[in-house]
Design a binder for this molecule. Structure first.
Ligand SMILES: O=C(O)c1cc(=O)[nH]c(=O)n1[C@@H]1O[C@H](COP(=O)(O)O)[C@@H](O)[C@H]1O
Length: 237
């Protein structure tokens, strides 16, 4: 996988008209585009179709978490938008994850979000998940893969332990990446993109470090070129 293919740019905007210039600029520089809750709540499935029209697979990040019957129906509806990947919360349990996989069908890879990268050990403890975050992440990762999830979302700090626990098959998608010196914002369990790839991440989800860059395309190129194993390529091709 090239550095570019590993990057997923999050389209975290409140409308398609706000997202479009960014999406057009970064699409040639990344392997995937992500439509998340902010954009989907504003625009719905047309945002997925508009992003897919830019020639990159779309990751529809809805983080579904409900009873299995509801999640199965939501995943079926989401699959019709043309998304290639869809998230659910692993904490919804094995039956819910299996229902999402059924609803999504063979064309959509269901990713299970283990423990949100914004939560630190104290925040996890407060919601009843005592112990180191890694233990909860690995437990949920095994449960999700056992229920049929095709991939997992975890922080860069757990990706090596998750890979060791689930083997080479599942796609490991890692948000909470910050180039050295970049603002952490609301993220807690973070590392640099380089460290995340060295630890075994397949795909890196990058939001604000690209969205808020003065030149998002140049920022994506620099990020991709710095990844281990990346080969230099001409810009924009
Ligand atoms: O599922 C996700 O993509 C996700 C899971 C998670 O645990 N943490 C997390 O930050 N994300 C998403 O990854 C992106 C990270 O954005 P930045 O923190 O701005 O780089 C956002 O779109 C989040 O919704």
């Amino acid at each position: 996988m090239s550095g570019r293919e590993r990057l997923c740019a999050a389209l975290d905007f409140g409308s398609w008209s706000a997202a479009e210039p960014f999406a057009r600029a970064v699409a040639p520089e990344v392997g995937m585009l992500k439509v998340g809750l902010e954009l989907f709540a504003a625009e719905g499935p047309p945002a997925v179709r508009a992003a897919a029209a830019l020639g990159r697979p779309v990751f529809l990040d809805l983080k579904l978490h409900d009873i299995p019957n509801t999640v199965e129906g939501a995943a079926r509806s989401a699959a019709r938008s043309g998304a290639a990947l869809l998230t659910v919360h692993a904490g919804g349990g094995a039956d819910m994850i299996a229902a999402a996989v059924r609803g999504a069908g063979p064309g959509v890879r269901v990713l299970a979000v283990t423990v949100l990268t914004s939560l630190d050990a104290a925040a996890l403890d407060a919601v009843g998940l005592a112990g180191p975050p890694e233990a909860a992440v690995v437990r949920l990762a095994k449960l999700a893969v056992g229920a049929g999830a095709g991939g997992l979302v975890c922080s860069p700090l757990e990706v090596a332990a998750v890979r060791a626990a689930v083997g080479p098959g599942p796609l490991l998608v890692v948000p909470g990446v910050r180039p050295a010196g970049a603002a952490r914002g609301d993220q807690s369990r973070v590392a640099t993109p380089e460290a995340a790839v060295r630890a075994g991440a397949d795909v890196l989800v990058v939001g604000r470090p690209l969205r808020d860059a003065p030149d998002p395309a140049a920022a994506a190129r620099a990020l991709a070129a710095a990844l281990p194993g990346a080969t230099a390529r001409p810009s924009g091709g």
